[in-house]
Design a protein around this ligand. Structure first.
Ligand SMILES: NC(=O)c1ccc[n+]([C@@H]2O[C@H](COP(=O)([O-])OP(=O)(O)OC[C@H]3O[C@@H](n4cnc5c(N)ncnc54)[C@H](OP(=O)(O)O)[C@@H]3O)[C@@H](O)[C@H]2O)c1
Length: 357
């Protein structure tokens, strides 16, 4: 049982991680192009208080947006708002409580947002957890599936009418949903949705949403973003044996990646201090000693594709993409199965108590 529920999923995540690692070692990370000003437009970023969500919220506020940070830790959320207000000249941020592990909380959040009568131009479904111990959400769903997928499924659907009203032919409303390379290691079994299949479900949901919107001529686009492997607190959720395995793996990863850049920089800039920096004990130590030129994959770098999907002019009207490192990539084969997408949609409606549109 342990083999099936803990060891195999963990190995699948690690294999996906190794593939991403090799790609990231061999390729440059995506650099954001100049983005248009988005003054007066409104965005919701789930999990926007830390990690890539915070970087996304900061950047969108920097472009002039009014950003609602939707999260389940008020102290962290208010600190993020303060930080954004210190930096953003035009945009603004606010915190609203949302616990994606509770369908009731999702409904309450949407109600509180809607009574204000605000438009919604961008929804970034960013929040997520990974490899937390076996437990269930308030509604009895497997935690990853309930929080990562069903929480966002319900949130997006309940906000869809506002998104539809806010999108125009010239400027569509956008739904950006964080996926992950781990989705390549998963399949979708509709009879066993309470397993760790949240990211593959999010990819199928996004494709279905895009097709549904396009079929009805509505001005809402939906894209997935795969951020690559990013040094955030997401990995703090690893437990027990996973934590032991994680340390050397991510430690090696962030060290090797930074080392590669450092070597290149040493050649290019004749950096004579290189030897001093070769023996980092932890990824954060490594990150601390790096200059701007020599950074490893930071939350800001990791968030760049999500920011691009949320704001880039060249993605106007474009949907159904799986964006990785700023480029469109094929997602896992099973995610293109339209019958399965539709079946997942119907099942998700039933599980969340949503009336089918
Ligand atoms: N880091 C990576 O290498 C990587 C790779 C692939 C995909 N991703 C995806 O990228 C997204 C962002 O992850 P990250 O790396 O930036 O991780 P992170 O720093 O751990 O951020 C996750 C965010 O999700 C929020 N969250 C967790 N439980 C929540 C709940 N019940 N209700 C509302 N919000 C909740 C957290 O808020 P609180 O602090 O309030 O709990 C936090 O702000 C996730 O969807 C993740 O799966 C990350």
């Amino acid at each position: 049982m342990w083999l099936l529920t803990v060891f195999l999923p963990l190995m699948r995540v690690y294999l996906c991680g190794i593939k991403v690692l090799i790609y990231q070692l061999l390729n440059r990370s995506f650099t954001l192009p100049v983005l248009p000003k988005l003054s007066g437009r409104i965005a919701i970023v789930t999990g926007g208080a830390r990690g890539m969500g915070l970087e996304t919220a900061r950047h969108l506020a920097g472009l002039g947006m009014h950003v609602v940070i939707a999260g389940n830790d008020e102290t962290e959320g208010l600190a993020a708002v303060e930080k954004i207000h210190e930096e953003a000249k035009e945009g603004k941020a606010e915190f609203m409580f949302l616990d994606l592990a509770s369908l009731k909380s999702v409904r309450q959040f949407v109600h509180r947002f809607k009574v204000r009568g605000l438009p919604l131009h961008t929804l970034v479904n960013n929040a997520g957890i990974m490899l937390v111990p076996e437990m269930e959400t308030e509604d009895g769903f497997e935690f990853h599936f309930g929080l990562n997928y069903l929480g966002h499924f319900l949130l997006t659907n309940l906000l869809l009418d506002t998104l539809v009203r806010s999108g125009t032919r010239q400027r569509c409303a956008r739904v950006v949903t964080m996926a992950s390379a781990t989705h390549y290691g998963g399949t979708l079994d509709l009879d066993n949705l309470h397993s760790r299949r949240s990211k593959v479900a999010l990819v199928m949901f996004t494709k279905r949403l895009q097709d549904r919107m396009a079929a009805r001529g509505l001005h809402v686009t939906a894209n997935n973003v795969d951020p690559g492997m990013v040094d955030t607190a997401l990995y703090d959720f690893l437990c027990g044996a996973a934590k032991m395995a994680k340390r050397p793996f991510t430690g090696l990863f962030f060290r090797v990646r930074a080392l590669r850049r450092r070597l290149i920089a040493a050649i290019v800039f004749s950096d004579s201090s290189i030897i001093n920096h070769l023996v980092w004990r932890t990824p954060s130590q490594g990150a601390r000693v790096q200059s701007d030129v020599l950074k490893s994959l930071t939350p800001a770098e990791g968030a760049s594709t999500a920011i691009y999907a949320a704001a880039a002019a060249e993605l106007e009207g474009v949907g159904g993409r799986y964006l990785y490192n700023g480029e469109d990539r094929p997602s896992a084969g099973c995610t293109y199965d339209v019958d399965l997408q539709e079946a997942l949609w119907r099942t998700s409606c039933a599980l969340t108590g949503l009336q089918e549109a």
